[in-house]
Design a protein around this ligand. Structure first.
Ligand code: KG4
Ligand code: ZN
Length: 350
């Protein structure tokens, strides 16, 4: 394999991230989180995110170079997330990357954010190769993806409404616990009884009857928790926060585990690679690990720093594309939505 070193920028949501990666090895990774800024609004404010990216990006690029102790002559290409995400936020990173590519006269690559999340697994498991099943569970996505090769993906399952992380965030808001909700609920759940309340696992009906085996739905679960809290309040009962958190988390973990295992078995895939912020969830880790062991499947959870948004995963994906001769035109724009099946649209063969 040729050695390929890529500097990548990720600004699709609320982290300004820059990293330098040599194939699957991280040379440096800078993540400037905006979470404390958005916390006061209870969620990400797009205009605020763009402005923060703009103010932080040059510092983050300089830091990534310094931490790697590299100079521009050692960098083979420059990449940035170009889709999907917040348009104004994406534009900051993409414009910075294109400008650098022009100044430094290096190839440029746009990267699909979800392809980056899939590549995060390679950073902690460099020997992994397709095919495998990727379970992507973040604030914006809940997807089961059949990873066939670099740039070749088939989405087998999705959420029909809220993403898994979004459900955690909404439940935390409902319980007035703060933002982002995932880590707060996870911590509370440690001391709660997961069987305290029976909550409905959302199912997606099929037109001819029965249920979709891989798709999920979390809006019904959210409503059930709301009703439960309203009922408890009406009865003047003290809300047992940790029991509610544990029961909710248990339901999400069971639902995701069931779908991921069914999918892996149906398609004969031996490895499930989990990615996205919700991959940090202790309930999901426990359930999925136990079920995978039972079915003789391997499940990989990258460390948290590669699960949540980072630029190392973007650089890793770009390095693989570059090694296959793929580059993007400097006219490439950002897109708020782009299917994973459209990834190859971003590249021209070199
Ligand atoms: O991948 P990520 O950093 O950003 C997106 O691309 O969305 O994921 C962020 C999401 C948030 O919804 C957050 O609440 C959730 O991941 N999250 C968790 C945990 N840590 C972060 N959800 C459940 N349990 C956790 N421990
Ligand atoms: Zn993400």
């Amino acid at each position: 394999m040729t050695m390929t070193t890529v500097l990548a920028i990720e600004t699709s949501c609320d982290e300004t991230a820059v990293a330098i990666v040599n194939n699957r090895q991280v040379c440096s990774s800078i993540i400037a989180s905006q979470i404390p800024i958005h916390q006061q609004y209870g969620g990400v404010v797009p205009e605020v995110a763009s402005r923060e990216h703009l103010e932080t990006i040059n510092w983050a690029i300089a830091q990534a170079l310094e931490q790697s102790q590299m100079n521009w002559s050692q960098i083979d290409a420059i990449a940035a997330t170009c889709a999907p995400g917040l348009v104004g936020a994406l534009l900051v990173g993409l414009t910075a990357a294109k400008t650098l590519a022009m100044i430094q006269q290096k190839p440029f690559l746009g990267v699909h954010h979800l392809e980056g999340h899939i590549y995060a697994t390679y950073l902690s498991e460099p020997s992994l190769d397709p095919p495998f099943l990727s379970l992507l569970v973040s604030g914006g996505h809940t997807s089961l993806i059949y990873v066939k090769d670099c740039g070749i993906y088939e989405t087998l399952g999705e959420t029909r409404d809220d993403a898994a992380g979004e459900a955690f965030d909404k439940i935390a808001r409902l319980l007035k616990l703060g933002y982002p909700g995932g880590p707060i609920i996870d911590k509370l759940a440690q001391t709660g009884d997961p069987q305290a309340f029976a909550l409905p696992e959302g199912k997606v009906s099929l037109p001819g009857g029965g249920y979709h085996r891989y798709d999920s739905s979390f809006s019904g679960l959210k409503t059930a928790v709301l009703r439960l809290v309203q009922q408890l309040e009406k009865n003047n009962a003290q809300i047992p926060y940790s029991d509610v958190a544990a029961s909710f988390q248990e339901t999400v973990a069971r639902s995701l585990t069931k779908r991921a295992i069914a999918c892996a078995l149906d398609y004969g895939l031996k490895t499930i690679a989990v990615g996205g912020g919700v991959a940090a969830n202790s309930g999901l880790r426990k359930h999925l690990q136990a079920a995978a062991t039972q079915h003789h499947l391997r499940v990989l959870f990258p460390p948290l720093k590669f699960c949540t948004d980072n630029a190392a995963m973007i650089a890793c994906a770009a390095a693989d594309h570059l090694s296959r001769g793929h580059t993007s035109p400097l006219t490439l724009g950002v897109e708020s939505r782009l299917s994973l099946t459209q990834v190859m649209k971003l590249y021209q063969a070199g």
